[in-house]
Design a protein around this ligand. Structure first.
Ligand code: UDP
Length: 464
C-alpha cells in the first residue's frame, strides 16, 4: 500500500469553530508538502472538514493528508438556540472520546502508530493523550501570543484579581506580567477569571480553557500563528524562557508574499475586486465581523446610517439573513456608494490599494491580515480574544482604534471613519501599520524567522 512507504504518522486535532481549523490545516498542508514520506491524519468535525476541503481546491491537498470526521456531540434531532457557543459546548462534552475513536480508525487504516500529536492548543486534554501514546504534543496557538501568555499566567492573574476584586477591578492592568502591562482585567478572554464550580460544570468549554495554562508547559513545542519580529521584547524573552521550543511559523491564513493578481479572478465571484478597482486609492471602508460574531440589529442600523451619512465608499461582508436589519431603502440608496456581499475574498480585499480602513471585530486572523496588508482598523470587539486584540491594535501598536464603549453608534462610527481616513492621527496609524507590514514581509521572506522556525518544526517531526 502507499502507506507502507510512510515513515511517520502525525495525528492532527482541530478545534472546529470560528476561524480556528483553517490556519491549522494550512500549517499541516505546508508540513505535508515538506515531509512527503510522513502521513498526516486530520481529525475534525464533518462540517468543518467539508468547508475546509471545499474551499481548498482538492488538487491542492497533498495525498499524505487524510481527513477523518469525528463526532460533533450534537444529539439527534437537536434544535439549536441562538447561543453562539452551544455547538462548542456540545463538541467539548463529546471529547476526548470522539478523538480517540478517530485515532483508532486512523491507526488501523494507515497501519502506523502515531509519532506525534499536533493540535489546536485549545484542546488541552491532548496532553493526556500524548502521554498515553508516549509522543510529543505540539499545540498550535491560533490567537496572538499575548493571550497565550495570559493562559500561562492564569494563577498569578487569579491572585491579582482576588486582591483587586473590590473596586473597578475591570480597569486594572496586568502590570506584573511581562508584555501585558497594557491589558486590562476586563479584556481577558473566557476561561481566565475564576468562575464558580457550577459554571464550570455548565460550561465544559470554559472548563477546558481554564486548564490550558497548566497543560501548555507540558508540550514539546508550541507553534504560533505569528512572527517573532512582531513581539515586544519582554513578552518574547519571557515566553522563550518558559518555552524554549517556541516557534513562530508566521500568519497561517495568508500566503506570503501575496499571490499575483491574475490568480485572483476566480476568487472574485462577487465582483468585490473589480468594484475596488473602480474606487480611489485608500478610500474604501471594508466591513466584516468574521464568521461567528453577529452585530446586533440596532448596531447594524447605526453602522449603515453612519456609512451612508459619511459618504465613504464601503464594501460590507454581511450574511443575507442579516440584511433585514439594514435601514429601509439603504441598499438602493447606496448602490453607487457601496457594495454588500455575503462573503468577500478578505485577504485580497485588504491587499487592494483602494482599501483605506477595516471595520472589524478584532478576530486574530482578521487583525493579522490587516497588518500584513498595511490597513488601519476600527474595531468593535465581541468576545474571546477580541478585546485583547483591540487593546494591542490601539494602545500597543497604534494601528487602529477601538470604538468607544465597544458599541457602534452612528456618531461614533462617523467620527472614527473621519479620524482614520482624514485626520493626522489616521495618517500616523497608516504609517505605523505600513511599517508593521514591512516587518511582516521581511519576517515572512526566505531569510526571515518564520521560514527558519518552520524548518525547525519539520526537523522535529522528521527526527522522531
Ligand atoms: N473572511 C473572509 N471573507 C469574509 C469574512 C471573513 O475571507 O467575508 C475570513 C477572513 O479573511 C479571516 C476569517 O474569515 O481569515 C475570520 O477569522 P477571524 O479570526 O478574524 O475571526 P473568526 O471568524 O474566528 O471570528
Amino acid at each position: 500500500s502507499i502507506e507502507s512507504s510512510h515513515k511517520q504518522h502525525v495525528a492532527v486535532m482541530a478545534f472546529p469553530f470560528g476561524t480556528h481549523a483553517i490556519p491549522l490545516f494550512n500549517l499541516v498542508r505546508k508540513l505535508a508538502i515538506a515531509i512527503p514520506n510522513t502521513h498526516f491524519s486530520f481529525f475534525n468535525t464533518a462540517n468543518s472538514n467539508k468547508s475546509i476541503f471545499l474551499a481548498s481546491n482538492s488538487s491542492n491537498i497533498p495525498s499524505n493528508i487524510k481527513a477523518y470526521n469525528i463526532g460533533d456531540g450534537v444529539p439527534m434531532n437537536h434544535v439549536f438556540t441562538n447561543h453562539p457557543v452551544e455547538g462548542v459546548e456540545l463538541l467539548v462534552k463529546a471529547t476526548p472520546e470522539n478523538f480517540y475513536k478517530g485515532l483508532e480508525a486512523a491507526i488501523t487504516e494507515i497501519g502506523l502508530k502515531i509519532s506525534s500529536l499536533i493540535t489546536d492548543a485549545f484542546l488541552s486534554f491532548a496532553v493526556v493523550i500524548s502521554k498515553e501514546m508516549n509522543v510529543p504534543w505540539i499545540p498550535v496557538w491560533v490567537s496572538v501570543p499575548y493571550t497565550f501568555s495570559i493562559h500561562v499566567y492564569i494563577d498569578l492573574i487569579h491572585q491579582f484579581y482576588e486582591n483587586h476584586e473590590d473596586s473597578d477591578s475591570g480597569d486594572k492592568t496586568l502590570e506584573l506580567i511581562p508584555g501585558l502591562s497594557k491589558i486590562h482585567i476586563k479584556d481577558l478572554p473566557d476561561g481566565i477569571l475564576p468562575i464558580s464550580r457550577t459554571n464550570l460544570e455548565e460550561s465544559p468549554f470554559e472548563c477546558m480553557l481554564s486548564k490550558l495554562g497548566r497543560m501548555l508547559p507540558q508540550s514539546a513545542t508550541v507553534d504560533m500563528n505569528f512572527y517573532q519580529e512582531l513581539y515586544p521584547i519582554p513578552l518574547l524573552d519571557d515566553l522563550k524562557s518558559k518555552f524554549p521550543n517556541l516557534l513562530n511559523v508566521g500568519y497561517l491564513t495568508l500566503s506570503m508574499p501575496p499571490p499575483p493578481p491574475p490568480l485572483l479572478s476566480d476568487l472574485d465571484v462577487t465582483g468585490c475586486l473589480s468594484w475596488l478597482d473602480r474606487q480611489k486609492a485608500m478610500s474604501v471602508a471594508y466591513i466584516s465581523f468574521g464568521t461567528v460574531a453577529t452585530l446586533p440589529p440596532n448596531e447594524t442600523l447605526e453602522l449603515a446610517e453612519a456609512v451612508e451619512a459619511s459618504g465613504v465608499p464601503f464594501l460590507w461582508s454581511l450574511k443575507d439573513k442579516w440584511k433585514d436589519y439594514l435601514p429601509n431603502g439603504f441598499l438602493e440608496r447606496t448602490s453607487m456608494q457601496g457594495k454588500v456581499v455575503p462573503w468577500a475574498p478578505q485577504t485580497q480585499v485588504l491587499a487592494h490599494s483602494s482599501t483605506g480602513v477595516f471595520v472589524t471585530h478584532f478576530g486574530s486572523n482578521s487583525v493579522n491580515e490587516s497588518i500584513a496588508n498595511g490597513v488601519p482598523m476600527i474595531g468593535r470587539p465581541f468576545f474571546g480574544d477580541h478585546p485583547v486584540n483591540g487593546r494591542i491594535v490601539e494602545e500597543i501598536q497604534g494601528v487602529g482604534l477601538r470604538v468607544e464603549g465597544d458599541v457602534l453608534t452612528k456618531s461614533r462610527v462617523i467620527k472614527s471613519l473621519e479620524l482614520v481616513l482624514v485626520h493626522e492621527q489616521g495618517k500616523e496609524m497608516r504609517k505605523k501599520v505600513q511599517s508593521l507590514k514591512e516587518i511582516v514581509l521581511k519576517a515572512a521572506g526566505p531569510n526571515g524567522s518564520a521560514a527558519k522556525d518552520f524548518k525547525t518544526l519539520v526537523e522535529k517531526l522528521s527526527m522522531l
